[in-house]
Design a binder for this molecule. Sequence first.
Ligand code: EPU
Length: 425
Amino acid sequence: MEKFVVKGGNKLNGTIDISGSKNSAVALIPASILIDGECTIENVPNIKDVVVLQNILHQIGVEMEFTSPGAVRIDSRNINTHIADSETVQEMRASYYLMGALLGRFGKATIPFPGGCNFGSRPIDQHLKGFEAMGAKYEIIEDAMIELTTDGGLVGASIFLDVVSVGATINIMLAAVTAKGTTTIENAAKEPHIVDLANFLNAMGANITGTGTDVIKIKGVKKLTGGHTYSTIPDQIEAGTYMIAAAVTEGDITVAKVIPKHMESLSRKLMEMGMEVIEDEDSIRVIGKPLVKTTNIKTLPYPGFPTDLHPQMTVLMGKAKGTSRIREEIWEERFQYADQLRKMGANIMTEAKMAFIQGPWKLLGAPVKATDLRAGITMVLAGLMAGGTTTISNIEYIDRGYEDLIGKLTGVGANIKRISTNGKS
Ligand code: EPU
């Protein structure tokens, strides 16, 4: 068991290089199952979710190895089963992309119900609706496994999603790439990693158009060919987290190797709250200010304000004098972090989809825990802002999504270390 120990009060200053996108990597890696050959994916973050996926792929006969820092070579030629039934699969939510990828490769797939971050019910009805429209049948076995079958493979279909779902959009794209005929997804999600996945698949021979809009067209191709190298986009949420870190510590951080367009909703919000935000071609500099204005946020699918930056923003809102509000529209139980923040003295009230943040907060370090990935990083931000020492447990959640967190934060002047519970660094 390990913990983070944060001593607050330092203003963070310097440049942080942003890693490749977690949510792209966890889609591109299973997508490589569709390729009849090998491919190399660059700019893959070294995080726990990627390691978990590597273990799952090994178990089904796919070779995946890091060839240099950030680059993985994947060879699916020897994949030997459509059944991914190990406990490892349940460790992460994004393992549900194995459904689309295995269906596309074998016309059948069996996987356990996916696990992942814990913030309320996370249905997959839209994924299954898409697969069914394309001719798949599914059976839930003993409330634990999903078995998908087809009669000779998938056939393109027209699918209208009832809710804008990143996961369903990606899964249907994966299944449709080698299906017979054309698939159309309407009311599709528009997140940058959906465009990234299409670019990756198209580089391997797929025919996908319309990503980044809400209508995506996938013309099925016979097969995807290997031998190509592709680089993932930067991680929008990691970048956003460090931008907020600059603001909460009244520091001056440049996040480098980013796509500023992807950060627009956050950049605008930080400016509204009084921060200085300077965009360059592939970097953004955020200069924190002592005077923070209250604001309101409603989380929405891209290009709206991302739910995955909502918990972090509460810490900045806590610096403003007056009431700020967050309306969470994506995940019903995303507010579990509020109890932890209260242990540090935060005045935050939640009711149904709303959080009311009454500032200014005077946070004092305390023992707290990560209740999910983004809740966990929020405790780190609160610890950086608080007086005294904050100890954060359950940090395996944070390890799922932030590459070299300690190195990156200490590099800009934070006092944070990882200790094992026997107290050693
Ligand atoms: N939904 C349904 N039915 C479905 C699928 C989704 O009702 O079949 C609902 C969900 O309950 C939710 C909404 O639709 O209310 C959106 O869910 P979505 O499917 O878009 O989420 P996801 O694909 O499971 C991805 C990210 C999450 C991020 C959400 C929203 C990955 C691996 N995960 O999840 O990222 O919060 O989109 O942007 O891409 C994180 O990185 O910390 C994280 C949780």
